[in-house]
Structures are given as C-alpha cells and as structure tokens.
Ligand binder design. Structure first.
Ligand code: ATP
Length: 298
C-alpha cells in the first residue's frame, strides 16, 4: 500500500455533457486537472512522483454562476461522499463560542475513516460557502467577536495538519476574492484558485438548453423559441438568473392558458406552451444583478 494512494475513481460512463453544467467546460477541466487528476492516478504513482494531493481549492466569482454546482458534480463524478456544506455567516451567527469545535467536526468523519481504512478511505469533500464572511473580522480587532479569527485559524491548522489526511478536499467559495485571508490562499492550503464568471453568449445558450430540456421533450417549449436568440438577449445574466427567467416565462405561458387570468388553475393543459413572447416578456421584466442587458429586444 502506498502512503498517498488514489482514493477516488471516475464513475463509469461519466460524460461532462450529462452534468448539467453550462458553459464552464474550460474551468471544469482546469479544476479537474489541478485538484482531482492526481486522485485518480493508479495507486503507487503519486508516491513515485513524490507529490501530495491538492487539499483545497477556491472558486470565486459572482453569485449564481455554478460554483456549488461544479463542486457537487465533481463529487458525484468521483463517487465521493455527499459533500458537507457549511457557510460563513452561519458559522459566525450560529456557532459563536464553539466555532472551532464545529470546524473540527467538519473534518472528523474524514479523519475517522482515514484512521480506519487508511488509503482505502473514500474522498470527503467539504464545501465552505461564503468563506469571506469568516475572513472579514480576522485581525480587525475593532468590535468584531473574533469568531472569524478562530475559524480561519482552525481551518489553517486543519489544512496544515492533514499531512496524513489524503481523503479531504476543501472547496472554498466566495463572491469577494479580495476579502479572503491571504494565509488561506497559500500553496498547500486553498492552492487552486479558479474564477467562475458570468456566462458568455455560448454559455448562456448552453445553460438555457439544459434548463429547458424537459420542457422541450414534453413539447411544452413552443417551436417558435430560439435559444440562440434568447442567449443574445440575456447579456449579464447568471446561470441562476437564466433558470429564474425560464420560470418567469413559464408563468406568462400559464397566464395565457388560464381562462380567468393567472390565478386560476390551468384549464387548457393539452395546449400549454411556453412561447417566444413569454420569454420576451420575462426578459422585459427581469433585471440581472450585474447590469442591464445592453441589447434591445428585437
Ligand atoms: P453563490 O455564490 O450564490 O453560492 P453559486 O455560484 O454557487 O452561487 P449555484 O448555486 O451553483 O451558484 O447556482 C445556482 C443554480 O443556478 C444552480 O443550481 C443551477 O440551477 C443554476 N446554474 C448556475 N450556473 C449554472 C451553469 N453554469 N449551468 C447550469 N446551471 C447553472
């Protein structure tokens, strides 16, 4: 047995296209290469090369762009445990006084399994959302509770202390890269930094396709809907906002099919369609968080 054995395998039949992630092909493959590829090397190779697995990555960028989605899907792909998800503000508010203990608990299952099964242990992914929230107070000394300090310190000591812990990967996420404590970002800690930005037109088309796939299959998406056109009209929309847009468009379709307006139950179920006009109305009604679409509705 090797000291740093592989502890992840790719699920047979895995395809990126099936993951429901739109427009992040490059980011996904870079994250995979930097943070996960070593884990699927045949056992023994890692020891021969003399490296250790990456134990932390940081995904940063605007909200709703698919950071959590990527983390979860990578976990699924590698047949990892269901990721543990913790979020910064929650740690600060809920766990004042016992934040260190809670961070310890996060790592406990992985530590236990590593002890019991050694290199046979499966991969444990910990997702730390809104990581910036615990960084804000570090060293500020002015009125802060200091909870942030102890959380960051505890994370640092866990990350530094996992020499023998090959089965953990911490994925930090933030919308505020500038707030992240620089000590956390050093090599050996959250070593891989990847920006997940708003999707471009191609990405938006992919995301819209993914989120309308069911509608399309059941013929609810009218044939007058042109995904490429919608992608053009939705500049600055995040993935989450695009999926919201589809909900809004559906509601316009719904209103058209109810006899006495949108409060009634759907009358004309057979003919319920979501049409181009519904999407245009939805776009008119929506303002993306990061600026207004520049293109005018055609
Ligand atoms: P936050 O910073 O607010 O935590 P996030 O970047 O983690 O946001 P997600 O939670 O991954 O965003 O995205 C929210 C939802 O938006 C997803 O569950 C998915 O439905 C949709 N979505 C966002 N980005 C994409 C994408 N690239 N492809 C497909 N769906 C997406």
């Amino acid at each position: 047995k090797t000291r740093a054995a592989a502890n992840a395998i790719i699920q047979p039949g895995f395809k990126f296209e099936d993951m429901g992630i739109g427009g992040l092909d490059k980011e996904f493959s870079a994250i995979f290469r930097r943070a996960f590829a070593s884990r699927i090397f045949p056992p023994g190779i890692i020891e021969q090369i003399g490296i250790q697995h990456v134990r932390g990555i940081l995904l940063y960028g605007p909200p709703g762009t698919g950071k959590t989605l990527i983390a979860r899907q990578i976990g699924k792909m590698l047949n990892a445990r269901e990721p543990k998800i913790i979020n910064g503000p929650e740690v600060l508010n809920k766990y004042v006084g016992q934040s260190e203990e809670n961070i310890r608990k996060l790592f406990a299952d992985a530590e236990k399994e590593q002890k019991e099964k050694g290199n046979e242990s499966g991969l444990h992914i910990i997702i730390f959302d809104e990581l910036d929230a615990v960084c804000k107070q570090r060293g500020s000394g002015s009125g802060g509770t200091g909870v942030g300090d102890s959380v960051v310190n505890q994370l640092l000591s866990k990350l530094d202390g996992v020499e023998q812990l090959n089965n953990i990967l911490l994925i930090g996420m933030t919308n505020r890269m500038d707030m992240i404590d620089e000590a956390l970002l050093r090599a050996g800690r959250l070593e891989v930094h990847m920006e997940i930005s708003l999707p471009d037109e191609y990405g938006r088309a992919q995301i819209l396709q993914i989120h309308t796939a069911k509608m399309k299959k059941s013929n609810i998406l009218d044939s007058d809907v042109n995904i490429d056109e919608l992608a053009k009209l939705t500049k600055n929309y995040s993935g989450a906002e695009l999926s919201g847009l589809i909900r809004t468009a559906s509601s316009y379709g719904f209103a058209r099919h109810t006899k006495v307006g949108s409060m009634a139950a759907l009358q004309d179920v057979e003919n319920y369609r979501v049409k181009r006009e519904d999407f245009l109305a939805a776009i008119e009604e929506t303002t993306p968080l990061f600026g207004v679409a520049e293109e005018e509705l055609g």
